[in-house]
Design a protein around this ligand. Structure first.
Ligand code: AMP
Length: 218
């Protein structure tokens, strides 16, 4: 059985952390456009170079760049068992294009999970966030500290703060979310996508429990 999931919500709501756990529980591919863009920047691809100036300012990357990355990824054979989209779609045109792509690949989404939390909570979560430079595992200096400060529990890699996780850039990212990404929820609802709204207050395990139940109780 395959499970095709979409995790949607503002920056800092915990999509990445929940996505890592969900993709391991369901044995499906975690597809995060933010991670793919950061990898393109690190490899100095032309697409990465174009995307960098937007990401550094906390703005959304133009739709055509993201769609180029994603279209290929969704056709990869490793998505046959299922996939988990994280951070995509972020605009209404991206949602419409995803709709078109899924239909043309003969795929459907089993669940669209919409996470939400108050803005001040999001700022707190993002500013304390640290990511392993080697395996991308995520931590939080208060809520989920590593056993040894500055180093990954899983692989011993160095933990660092993303350059777009500074408070000024976070505020821009939240503004972009309200203006361009939030309207995507209306698209989901009017097009009968299988949406479940999940309260993302509380700790990681509580949020995971709510998401897991919303997937199993179809
Ligand atoms: P994330 O890792 O999901 O927080 O994404 C980091 C940054 O990558 C965002 O602030 C955007 O600049 C860019 N980005 C990621 N996914 C998308 C997307 N689907 N559309 C446009 N920009 C994106």
């Amino acid at each position: 059985m395959s499970e095709n999931l979409l995790l949607f919500g503002p920056p800092g709501v915990g999509k990445g952390t929940q996505a890592q756990r969900l993709s391991s529980v369901f044995q499906i591919q975690h597809i995060a456009t933010g991670d793919m863009l950061r990898a393109a920047i690190q490899s100095y691809t032309p697409l990465g170079q174009r995307a960098k100036s937007f990401i550094d300012k906390g703005q959304l990357v133009p739709d055509d760049l993201v769609l180029d990355l994603l279209g290929e990824r969704l056709q990869h054979p490793d998505t046959r068992r299922g996939f988990l989209l994280d951070g995509f779609p972020r605009t209404v045109p991206q949602a419409a294009e995803l709709d078109r792509m899924l239909k043309s690949y003969g795929k459907t989404l089993d669940r669209v999970i919409v996470l939400d939390a108050p803005e001040e909570e999001l700022v707190k979560r993002i500013s304390g966030r640290r990511t392993c430079e080697s395996c991308q595992a995520s931590y939080h200096v208060v809520a989920r500290p590593p056993r040894v400060a500055g180093f990954c529990d899983r692989c011993g890699g160095v933990l660092s703060q993303r350059s777009d996780d500074s408070e000024e850039i976070i505020r821009n990212r939240l503004r972009e979310f309200s203006a361009k990404t939030k309207p995507v929820i209306d698209y989901f609802v009017t097009h009968d996508w299988p949406v479940r709204m999940i309260d993302a207050a509380g700790n990681m395990d509580q949020i995971f429990g709510r998401i897991y139940a919303s997937i199993l109780l179809s």
